[in-house]
Ligand binder design. Structure first.
Ligand SMILES: Nc1ncnc2c1ncn2[C@@H]1O[C@H](COP(=O)(O)OP(=O)(O)O)[C@@H](O)[C@H]1O
Ligand SMILES: [Mg+2]
Length: 579
């Protein structure tokens, strides 16, 4: 009934859990005293053997005890809250650290919907597991023992019968646990599936509307939502049924205790005072277990979520990285191959990127250019061959060092909802306004933002209030602020306007003391490169400078001429239409 894996992952919560149990136990002791005072009071009033003074002092004692009990309960709740905070912080931190370490590879194991749900609701449900269920688990054992020992000297038979009935509750829990576990695992599957569909439909909503396919997708989501509703109902039914059974045991047991106490009173083995005392406490035997039972269902849900979480947390990642890395050297790919599901994507590629040069990688779409970029930044791992930077295998370099010294700019760098200043500060928090303006100047955005609110200009989510070209230029400004030794531009100028493309290319060409890798399908951009590698179906087909490659009359030349002819044709066409 307790997941040891979970407890092991959270050693620092033990202290607070123990404190919580202890405080609850103190509160129970107060309760026993309160009941004994009440029992005495009632029996004295009944026998008309009480003075006003006694009544008053008993009343004061009662108020004091009740206040004390509340204090202990309050402190127990505080301890439980403390556990909660620890759990949330710790688990979310563990998950995010793991995601950073496994990088892009995580999608092979969990979908982004699953990860979102596990880290949000999954962690919330674990909170109940740690802050309520676990302490209650121990308290629910401690409480009946304490009560048993309290009642034993008064009436052994009643004490024994009550004590023996208590385990019936956990027994019913165990009986339904197996069934519940299967059901809850299905419930979580369905839940994350719905989340996935929802997330994807939302992201693709514009496209779906454009093609009038939104109705079909809505239907698909309706079906999944309905499935989710059904399984939710099943879970609720299961929980309700088991709570009914537990109630039956709890209140039946208490009733039995009351009957036994009355019988003992009838036989005059206990007096009125003791009888009332036992009656008042008999329900307390069962209440902690019953509460445990209701926490149990929520805790089970958390445990089901934790299975998914551990699936992620237990993924093996290397952590014996070298913390030394000097990016001031050549980048070399040595007979590198890479597959996706047995399909060769990169096939025995050997290339050398000299430091402080501009090296371009070109080739038809799907030829493996981005894959090579991802291998260099160790986002993907090559099983065959070696990738070295300054003689050091990238697989052995601490990922944070790679991030520090290599800057990757893709075709759709994410722009955050923030002020312009905050947007840029992502890359360099220490940069002053002057430095920010100087990079904006470089990417030719300074004029534009000057006319708005300067560095305080608000940028919308995903950079929606900027044009594509402006977004890319902003992404470039951010990359420049990052000031690393190695830059990789992967189609950083695709799908954007000529003016932006020219502005970006000017900056790329100006990075003379950096090692720059330029991936572009537009060959006009790579003409001035120091070295060009031309890929085809994952292999290096040709290599050399623009001039050398043109002389080869091979793939590069034909691609170049094709594009040239196409662009000339477009220009002529435009010209003719203009005159
Ligand atoms: N996550 C992935 N899973 C399976 N295949 C992929 C994945 N990413 C890319 N590919 C395949 O790898 C090949 C090379 O992709 P990529 O390196 O992105 O090409 P390029 O950047 O040259 O256009 C393509 O055929 C693509 O379909
Ligand atoms: Mg690509």
């Amino acid at each position: 009934m307790i997941d040891k894996r979970l407890l092991k992952a959270m050693p620092m919560t033990k202290k607070y859990i123990a404190l919580n149990v202890f405080l609850q136990w103190l509160s129970l002791l107060c309760n026993i005293l309160i009941m004994s005072v009440i029992a005495k009071l009632i029996s004295k009033i009944f026998l008309a053997a009480i003075s006003e003074r006694e009544l008053l002092s008993d009343a004061i004692l009662l108020v004091f005890l009740i206040a004390l009990r509340s204090l202990f309960s309050l402190l127990a709740a505080k301890a439980s809250f403390k556990t909660t905070t620890l759990i949330k912080l710790r688990f979310r931190k563990l998950i995010f650290e793991k995601l950073f370490k496994i990088k892009d590879n995580y999608l092979q194991f969990l979908s982004s919907g699953e990860i979102t749900q596990v880290t949000s609701e999954g962690v919330d449900q674990l909170e109940i597991y740690f802050a309520s269920y676990i302490p209650q688990f121990f308290y629910a054992m401690l409480a009946p023992i304490t009560l048993f020992l309290t009642i034993l000297p008064l009436d052994a038979l009643t004490a024994l019968v009550l004590f023996i009935c208590v385990p019936l509750i956990p027994m019913t829990i165990i009986m339904i646990q197996k069934w519940a576990k299967r059901l809850l695992s299905k419930y979580w599957d369905q839940y994350t599936k719905l989340g996935d569909t929802f997330l994807e439909d939302l992201e693709g909503l514009t496209t779906l509307k454009l093609y009038e396919a939104d109705k079909d997708y809505q239907k698909k989501m309706d079906i999944e939502a309905e499935n989710f509703r059904k399984i939710t109902m099943k879970v609720l039914t299961m929980q309700l049924n088991s709570i009914s059974i537990m109630d039956l045991v709890a209140y039946g047991g208490a009733a039995l205790g009351i009957v036994l106490a009355l019988a003992a009173f009838n036989n005059q083995t206990i007096d009125l005072n003791e009888t009332i005392f036992i009656i008042l406490l008999s329900a307390d035997f069962f209440l902690p277990m019953r509460l445990l039972g209701s926490f149990f269902h929520i805790a089970m849900n958390g445990m089901a979520a934790s299975d998914k979480m551990f699936k992620l947390l237990e993924l093996e990642v290397k952590d014996n990285y070298s913390d030394k890395f000097d990016p001031n050297g050549d980048i070399e790919l040595d007979h590198v191959s890479f597959n996706y599901d047995q399909r060769p994507i990169i096939d025995d590629v050997s290339i050398k990127i000299r430091k402080n040069t501009l090296t371009s990688i070109v080739g038809p779409s799907g030829s493996g250019k981005s894959t090579i970029a991802n291998l260099i930044i160790a986002n993907l791992e090559a099983r065959i061959g070696k990738i070295m930077i300054n003689g050091q295998d990238v697989r052995s370099i601490d990922p944070t060092l790679i991030n520090r010294h290599l800057t990757y700019v893709g075709a759709d760098a994410y722009i955050f909802k923030a002020s312009l200043r905050e947007e840029l500060a992502i890359a360099d928090q220490s940069a002053d306004d002057q430095k920010l303006w100087s990079v904006l100047e470089k990417v030719k955005l300074a004029r534009y933002f000057e006319n708005l609110n300067g560095l305080d200009t608000k940028i919308l989510e995903g950079g929606k209030n900027l044009s594509l070209g402006q977004r890319q230029r902003l992404a470039l400004a951010r990359a420049l602020l990052h000031d690393s030794k190695i830059y990789i531009f992967d189609e950083a100028t695709s799908n954007i306007d000529m003016e932006s493309e020219e502005a970006i290319m000017e900056v790329v060409r100006s990075l003379r003391d950096k090692t720059v890798i330029l991936i572009s399908h537009r060959l006009a951009n790579v003409v001035s490169s120091d070295m060009i590698y031309c890929l085809e179906r994952g292999r290096v087909k040709e290599e050399g400078t623009h001039k050398e490659l043109l002389e080869k009359t091979g793939l590069y030349r034909s691609l170049f001429l094709q594009q040239h002819a196409y662009e000339d044709f477009m220009m002529e066409d435009l010209y003719e239409r203009a005159v």
